[in-house]
Design a protein around this ligand. Structure first.
Ligand SMILES: NC(=O)c1ccc[n+]([C@@H]2O[C@H](COP(=O)([O-])OP(=O)(O)OC[C@H]3O[C@@H](n4cnc5c(N)ncnc54)[C@H](OP(=O)(O)O)[C@@H]3O)[C@@H](O)[C@H]2O)c1
Length: 257
């Protein structure tokens, strides 16, 4: 019998593609969402062949406010057992100079689409008393981020929202988990233009390692997982410092190396 389907946003590469592989290996059908139709089709074909599950691609632009409803309509016949809100991107630069259109898209993808998809899929999970939602946040959620102010703030939303809903659904058979990766080797670096910053000079994790941490925490029903021991120690440190001091540290990290 099918275990149901995992709907994964941002599955065309990076952490999302690795999460899709883990869901498929776990016996879930997968529905892959991103803009790059070719990459999604290719991954869907390889996953269904490797794991004998059903896999399909839904090419949608989550920056379009209508996308969550469209995705929901296109999955009406599916039992969505897992929802993974992973799609996201960053914009680098002093806030006075960054492009508002890009930042409005960032808010739509990183924040609004994540909350909207949760709003659409959660009721049916609660009715079934079964379901898992994984939101991809960031260690950026724990600190203010000069030169990437909108990105860091968007991830603070994801962290706060995820913990609040995880608490609301306690005891219902549905769980919500937030995965907070630190620097990870994916297309994110290029998309945000942060390759030359100090952020990545301290080493980065692989997308596979990060996805494994998220997948296992989601399956265990944990509310939060910070990927990697080094990141966990660093985030413990953020509890002791003032926000002003943390902003200063993030400013240095987000500057060119
Ligand atoms: N890499 C890091 O250092 C790092 C650290 C902490 C958190 N994260 C978070 O991890 C998540 C995954 O990022 P990643 O590192 O794996 O980066 P990535 O390789 O750039 O992947 C981002 C994914 O999001 C999709 N996406 C971007 N804009 C979209 C849109 N408008 N509509 C639909 N899909 C869209 C991309 O697909 P298309 O381009 O095909 O649409 C891609 O599949 C993000 O939420 C990111 O903020 C990353």
């Amino acid at each position: 019998m099918s275990k149901g389907a995992a709907l994964i946003t941002g599955a065309s590469g990076g952490i999302g593609a690795e999460l899709a592989k883990l869901c498929a290996a776990g016996g879930y059908d997968v529905i892959l969402v991103a803009r790059s139709a070719d990459r999604l089709e290719e991954l869907a074909a390889s996953l269904s062949q490797a794991h004998g599950i059903e896999a399909r691609a839904l090419a949608e632009d989550l920056a379009d406010p209508a996308a969550p409803e469209t995705i929901f309509e296109r999955t009406r016949g599916d039992t969505i057992e897992i929802l993974i809100n992973n799609a996201g991107f960053g914009v680098l630069g002093p806030y006075v100079e960054t492009d508002w259109a890009a930042e409005a898209r960032l808010l739509q993808v990183n924040v609004v689409a994540l909350a909207h998809l949760t709003k659409l899929y959660l009721p049916e999970m609660l009715r079934r008393r079964s379901g898992r939602i994984l939101n991809v946040g960031s260690t950026a959620a724990f600190v203010p981020g000069p030169f990437m102010a909108m990105y860091y703030a968007s991830k603070s939303f994801v962290l706060s929202f995820s913990h609040a809903i995880a608490n609301e659904v306690k005891g219902t058979g549905v769980t919500m988990t937030v995965l907070c990766p630190g620097p990870t080797r994916t297309g994110f670096v290029e998309a945000a233009g942060i390759a030359g910053t100090k952020l990545f000079s301290g080493g980065a994790m692989s997308a596979e390692e990060v996805a494994r941490a998220g997948y296992h925490a989601m399956m265990a029903g944990k509310a939060e997982v910070i990927a990697g021991a080094r990141n966990r120690w660093m985030m413990l440190g953020t509890r002791l410092a003032s926000r002003t001091m943390l902003a200063g540290i993030a400013r240095r990290l987000n500057s060119r190396a």
